[in-house]
Design a protein around this ligand. Structure first.
Ligand code: SF4
Length: 422
């Protein structure tokens, strides 16, 4: 780390950031409360997701699960359904698990950052946010926005995601917090740093003119805002391991047969087309009661996650009209059921953005396979109309669709859907 020629005085810097925050802060619903549970929910939702996207989700969530006990008592299916469209469902599962642990202990969240860190799913960042905002504790925090701000002001040269980079940033955040004037609120410093990173010290073209930290900032002084922070090299998409799956599309009127992933692991607790590494494994996923007769492959859907790519070949299949559903035959699933396709793509059922993209594609009336005979001819138009009801997902993953070329096409038959980052 190269110190700036005149190292910023932490007390003055912290005071300037707090004063700026009080002047320009956005009025957000979770900023009108000191309820630690409400702040916890907001902080978890805000990870990886834009503020504008989070607001309606947070409001609906607080109406549906107004306190820790209500959340703890809710079935995981309901929790994931309330989260549908926000992406990164592990956040919802962890929130639910954490609420259950807190409820077991009486329902009150621990009263300081150290106690909060002992709750499953609450890490140092979330603990710092809850403790400083709800309790006024001098607990620092570092998230992506704060890391960028501190790395630029103090010229932190380390990779901000490395352990030494993280250690350095947390020390700097702690130094600022310790130096905060006694009459200033610790929550305002933390929120001020986050707000600065979100609205002024942005990744590209930061608005240094007018920034409260400009006179103390090494990156601004040395014209190095493009060089800082130092980020780890990204792996190219073609370097990522591929998880290849075959998924069975079994439709019945406006319903589709879905299997639910067990709670832990990738897509845990979410509903999806029954799938497996091979066609035989995908058929096994349906269980003995609903053995499928697979038809022709329809298209391939891909999703790029942070550490891998998932590629799903979608195959149309039929089950006997009177098939009785029993437990799925794949240990990765814990339930099998018919669901309205509109619920799956419309945000009232917990499905991944990948599954939502697949179902939207399947129900696109312009797709070449829309003429594929269904096991039941009833209500086909209702199924197709449902494809327009899906919300935008907020995940950073990317999904793409490629149609199989071998079938005759009615119109342009390839499409791609891209979900957006915050
Ligand atoms: S002066 Fe510029 S680079 Fe430095 S903290 Fe402010 S916005 Fe970021």
């Amino acid at each position: 780390m190269t110190p700036p020629a005149a190292a910023p005085a932490p007390g003055a810097l912290a005071a300037a950031i707090v004063a700026h925050y009080r002047r320009v802060r956005r009025e957000l619903p979770w900023r009108a409360t000191r309820d630690p549970y409400a702040i916890w929910v907001s902080e978890v939702m805000l990870q990886q997701t834009r503020v504008a996207t989070v607001i309606p989700y947070w409001e609906r969530w607080m109406a549906r699960f107004p306190d820790v006990r209500a959340l703890a008592a809710a079935p995981l299916d309901d929790v994931l359904a309330a989260w549908a469209g926000l992406g990164y469902y592990s956040r919802a599962r962890n929130l639910h698990r954490g609420a259950q642990r807190v409820a077991e202990g009486g329902g009150a969240l621990p009263g300081d950052a150290a106690g909060l860190r002992a709750v499953p799913g609450i890490g140092p960042y979330t603990a710092g946010a809850i403790a400083s905002i709800a309790y006024g504790e001098r607990a620092p925090l570092v998230d992506g926005n704060v890391a960028r701000v501190l790395a630029r002001i103090f010229a932190v040269e380390h990779d901000v995601k490395s352990s030494i980079g993280q250690r350095t940033l947390w020390q700097l955040a702690g130094t600022l917090m310790d130096a905060l004037p006694r009459d200033a609120a610790p929550g305002d410093l933390n929120q001020g740093l986050m707000e600065l990173g979100a609205t002024v010290c942005t990744p590209r073209a930061p608005a240094c003119i007018g920034c409260p930290a400009a006179s103390a900032c090494a990156a601004h002084r040395d014209d190095r805002t493009d060089a800082l922070p130092t980020m780890p090299a990204r792996r190219r998409a073609d370097e990522l391991p591929v998880l290849a799956q075959i998924a069975l599309w079994v439709a019945r009127g406006d319903e589709v047969l879905l299997a639910r992933r067990r709670p832990d692991g990738l897509y845990g607790g979410l509903w999806e087309l029954p799938a497996g590494a091979t066609l035989a494994a995908a058929r096994r996923a349906l269980g003995a009661g609903a053995a499928a007769t697979p038809g022709e492959p329809l298209f391939t859907e891909e999703q790029q996650l942070t550490h891998r790519r998932v590629r799903v070949d979608v195959v149309a299949a039929r089950v006997a009209a009177r098939a009785r559903l029993v437990a799925p035959g794949d240990p990765g699933y814990d339930a099998l059921a018919w669901h309205r396709t509109a619920d799956a793509v419309g945000g009232t059922l917990g499905v991944s953005s990948l599954t939502a993209a697949i179902l939207r594609r399947l129900t696109d009336e312009n797709a070449p396979w829309s003429s594929t005979p269904r096991p039941s001819p009833s209500s086909p138009r209702a199924t197709r109309r449902s494809s327009t009801a899906s919300p935008r997902s907020a995940t950073t993953s990317t999904t793409t669709t490629s149609a199989r070329p071998r079938r005759a096409r009615r119109r342009g038959s390839t499409s791609s859907s891209t979900t957006t980052a915050r």
